[in-house]
Write a protein that binds this ligand. Structure first.
Ligand code: SAM
Length: 300
C-alpha cells in the first residue's frame, strides 16, 4: 500500500469515517522521498528504539520500522488508530499508542516496548516525527527536558522554527529556544519541504532539523533554574538591553549591580540578550546566582 498516495490516504480516511483535523495539525506527507529521508537521518544505530510523535496514517512509521529495532508511535487522534492497525499490519516491531505526547509517560512507553530497561542507558533511543505545528515548541521542550537520553531528535517543523533552532547568536532568528536548545545539544538543518509535499498543504514552508544531544552535559550551571530564568528574562523583553530585561526579573539585585555583573562577565553594558551564546548565559546565570546567594534571596 502506497501510504504517500493522496487517493490511498483519502480512501483510508473515508473507510474509517474520519476527516483531516486541522486542530491537530494533520498535514500528511505525500512526497514518498521525505519519510525515507527522515527515517535515514533518525539514528546511526539500527538497534535504536525510535519514538515517533503523530504517526498519522503511518507513512513515516513504516519507513522507520524497516530500519530500526522498534518504533513506538504516539497518536492523539483515536480515529486514526484503526487505520494504523491496517496500514502497519505487516510490521511486528511497531507499537501504536493512543495518547497525548504532552502528558504520556514517554520513558515508560519506550521501556515497555523494548522489553524493559532504561531508555538511552540500556538501549539507544531517538525521536523522529513530522510534528503537528500548533504545538511544535512545547513538544520539543518536553522532549529536551524529559531527562530521557535521546541520541538524536529529527523533526519536521515550520521553516521559521527550523531557522530559530539552528540560529547563531546575534542573528535575527536567535531566541530563547535557541539558547535553551544549545544547553542540550546542537541543531542542524537538513532540508526544506514545500507545502505541496503534504495533504492538505500547510500555509507555510517546512524544514527537517536534527538535534544531536550531548552524551554528557556540556554545561553545568550552579543553578539550572537561574539559568533558565536568565534566558527567559533576556528574551521576554527582546527590545530592551540585557541589563534592563534582567532588572525586571532579578529586581532584588537592582539595576546597578546587574549592570556590574553583566560587565564583569565581559559584555558591554548595553548588550542585548540575543548576542549571548548558551555558554555565556550559563556564566552570567552563575554570577547572578552568586550575587543573590550573597544577599540571601536565592531560593533554589
Ligand atoms: N506522520 C504523519 C505524516 O508525516 O504524514 C502525520 C504528521 S501530522 C503533521 C501530525 C500528527 O500528529 C497527526 O497525526 C496528529 O493527529 C498528531 N498529533 C497532534 N497532536 C498530538 C499530540 N499532542 N500527541 C500525539 N499526536 C499528536
Amino acid at each position: 500500500m502506497n501510504l504517500c498516495n493522496p487517493r490511498v490516504i483519502r480512501e483510508l480516511m473515508e473507510e474509517a469515517g474520519i476527516r483531516f483535523r486541522r486542530d491537530l495539525g494533520q498535514n500528511f506527507l505525500v512526497d514518498p522521498n521525505v519519510p525515507e529521508e527522515i527515517a535515514d537521518a533518525a539514528a546511526d544505530d539500527p538497534s535504536a528504539v525510535i519514538l515517533e510523535i503523530g504517526p498519522g496514517i503511518g507513512c513515516l512509521t513504516a519507513a522507520l520500522a524497516e530500519r530500526y529495532r522498534r518504533v513506538v508511535s504516539v497518536e492523539i487522534d483515536r480515529g486514526l488508530i484503526p487505520v494504523l492497525g491496517k496500514t502497519l499490519s505487516d510490521y511486528r516491531n511497531v507499537t501504536v499508542v493512543n495518547a497525548d505526547c504532552m502528558t504520556a509517560d514517554l520513558a515508560a512507553l519506550l521501556s515497555e516496548a523494548a522489553g524493559g530497561g532504561v531508555p538511552g542507558v540500556d538501549f539507544p533511543v531517538a525521536v523522529a516525527a513530522n510534528l503537528p505545528y500548533y504545538i511544535t515548541t512545547p513538544i520539543l521542550l518536553r522532549l529536551l527536558e524529559s531527562g530521557i537520553r535521546f541520541s538524536r531528535i529529527t523533526v519536521m517543523v515550520q521553516k521559521e522554527v527550523a531557522d530559530r533552532l539552528a540560529a547563531a547568536p546575534g542573528s535575527r532568528d536567535y531566541g530563547a529556544i535557541t539558547a535553551v536548545l544549545g544547553y542540550y545539544g546542537t541543531a542542524t538543518r537538513r532540508f526544506t519541504v514545500s507545502p505541496g509535499s503534504f495533504l492538505p498543504p500547510p500555509a507555510v514552508s517546512s524544514a527537517v532539523v536534527s538535534i544531536d544531544l550531548y552524551r554528557e552535559p556540556a554545561f553545568k550551571p550552579l543553578s539550572e533554574k537561574t539559568f533558565f530564568d536568565t534566558v527567559h528574562a533576556a528574551f521576554e523583553q527582546r527590545r530592551k538591553t540585557l541589563v534592563n530585561a534582567l532588572s525586571a526579573r532579578f529586581s532584588d539585585l537592582g539595576k546597578e549591580w546587574i549592570a556590574g555583573i553583566v560587565v564583569s562577565c565581559g559584555h558591554p553594558a548595553d548588550i542585548r540578550g540575543e548576542r549571548l551564546s548558551t555558554g555565556a548565559f550559563v556564566a552570567l546565570s552563575d554570577a547572578l546566582f552568586r550575587a543573590r546567594n550573597r544577599i540571601g534571596t536565592e531560593t533554589d
